[in-house]
Design a binder for this molecule. Structure first.
Ligand code: AMP
Ligand code: ZN
Length: 492
């Protein structure tokens, strides 16, 4: 199958032509969320970026099996499976069963990704649903000589592994640096080597999520779940493995080591990593407490936010940055994205209103050349910001045609519609957003009438009416916010 796609492979640190192992089939595995709390906007950036990648591969005609897991087994805090169990801690706090925590935050995750218009993955396996696969893999790693048991806990023998393999192949870090950054083994530490990590952990008496295994009643280490589930659904070797950049150094490094130790192969041909969403330059994270919840962003109810933004405006904001660049969160950047998104949607709506020229006069616009440039942008490692810049060429032309400053024929309008459908809706995943601050939709037009009536009541000092309008809108889920730029509205 022909394609011109080149993607950046973290493993080789260069852009490579995309050549799937078994075209037209493509196996794509993305590390999913740990569902013990709400996903923040940073997590969403990673999943929305992979949605763009998934959509483009589908558009190119590949039959993509997209597997994105749900991390729901009782993992411990910290990259190296130490500390408290995140799920048990949260269950105690919310007075729920750990599995109720899992259910609650999985549903929340799905709802948020639905609002962001992401396509569902082909398979969404859970760690707790694949305990036996993980146990089998740990058994094989031990049988191959790379795992050892200490008091019911099984460790991966990194020291042995590094003798025959490049452990830091993904990040190219020096092993000495890694060792220097890892704390000394304490007196009671049962691990042989400082870099050894847990494959299976014996449960302490208070640990709630536990399963029987040959070594102890316990629970799997974090890294083994992705190795077990990716190989189960995509095979020992598959095309693309993805996740946020923060996962490369430990989680993905250990996944590669486990798969090599178990199956003697590098699991994925291409490793893709999304860059971080930052707030004032610092990575947005659950532990740093600087995480915006998508819901706070949609409603504008957050001390750092001047107002709310619709999910599609936020998706546009994400698409305006390349997935491998950091994206810094600010009110100004969101305002600019909101304006850009509305200009784009407005241009699409204008296509139904433009009067085509009757004669065969020429259209001063080369849509074929522009289409080629759009494909070139996407083929260049999914360069959505360049694609969007090209789309604004079309927006300018549509606006000119609407103003009578450029001429288009009926056939051109149809071609422009199909072009916009392809690049805006199918590939970028942007649709007209009736939920948010509107722009081109009739709900917004209606809201502007209501806001004008309320402003009139306020200027007549009829506060009973203006308050009633605000309260009754609130009751049906619409919030008004008075600002220096006028009254804004959003759905709650
Ligand atoms: P977690 O639920 O913490 O395992 O994270 C789920 C996904 O979100 C992982 O792929 C992380 O790499 C990614 N992620 C976490 N923080 C950010 C961030 N600030 N920006 C982009 N992606 C992130
Ligand atoms: Zn993973």
């Amino acid at each position: 199958m022909e394609n011109n796609l080149a993607l950046y492979n973290t493993l080789t640190r260069k852009k490579e032509k995309f050549e799937p192992l078994n075209a037209p089939f493509v196996g794509l595995y993305v590390c999913g969320p740990t569902v013990y709390s709400d996903v923040h906007l940073g997590n969403c950036r990673t999943f929305v970026s992979f949605d763009l990648i998934f959509r483009y591969l589908l558009h190119l005609g590949y039959k993509v099996r997209y597997v994105r897991n749900i991390t729901d087994a009782g993992h411990l805090e910290g990259d190296r499976d130490e500390g408290d169990d995140k799920f048990a801690k949260k269950a105690k706090l919310e007075q729920l069963e750990p599995m109720e925590i899992v259910q609650k935050y999985t549903l929340g995750f799905h709802e948020v990704l639905r609002l962001f218009n992401t396509l569902p993955p082909s398979i969404e396996p859970t760690a707790t649903g694949h305990i036996s696969e993980q146990i089998e893999m740990v058994k094989q790693i031990i049988a191959n000589g790379y795992g050892y048991e200490r008091n019911g806990t099984v460790y991966f023998d990194v020291e042995k592994y590094v003798k025959e393999h490049d452990y830091t192949t993904l990040t190219n870090r020096k092993l000495e640096d890694l060792l220097n950054n890892t704390r000394e083994l304490g007196g009671q530490d049962e691990k042989r080597g400082r870099l050894d990590f847990a494959l299976w952990i014996k449960a302490k008496p208070e640990h709630i999520m536990r399963w029987p295994a040959p070594w102890s009643v316990g629970f799997p280490g974090w890294h083994i779940e992705c190795s077990a589930m990716s190989s189960k659904y995509l095979g020992a070797q598959f095309d693309i493995h993805g996740g946020g950049m923060d996962l490369a150094a430990t989680h993905h490094t250990n996944e590669i080591a486990q798969s090599q130790a178990c199956n003697h192969v590098q699991p994925a041909k291409y490793w893709m990593h999304t860059n971080m969403l930052t707030v004032n330059g610092a990575r947005m994270s659950k532990s740093a407490g600087n995480g915006f919840l998508p819901h706070e962003l949609f409603t504008g109810q957050h001390p750092l936010l001047q107002r709310g933004y619709s999910p599609m405006a936020v998706r546009f904001f994400m698409m305006q940055a390349h997935y491998r660049s950091t994206l810094d969160f600010s009110n100004d950047a969101l305002d600019a994205a909101d304006k850009g998104y509305k200009r784009l949607m407005n241009a699409i709506a204008l296509l139904d209103k433009i009067k085509p020229v009757a004669t065969s006069s020429t259209t001063e616009f080369d849509l074929d050349a522009l289409t080629n440039r759009c494909y070139a942008a996407m083929d260049d490692d999914f360069n959505s910001p360049v694609l969007i810049a090209e789309l604004f060429e079309v927006v300018r032309f549509i606006n000119a045609a609407y103003d009578g400053k450029a001429s288009v024929q009926v056939a051109d309008i149809e071609r422009l519609k199909s072009f916009m459908q392809t690049f805006v809706e199918d590939i970028l995943g942007l649709k007209d957003d009736v939920l948010g601050n509107g722009g081109t939709d009739s709900l917004d037009e209606l809201m502007q009438i209501i806001i004008a009536v309320r402003n009139e009541a306020k200027s007549n000092k009829d506060f009973t009416t203006s308050d009633r309008i605000r309260e009754e809108l609130q009751a049906v889920g619409i919030q008004l916010k008075d600002s220096k730029d006028g009254t804004l509205w959003n759905k709650i």
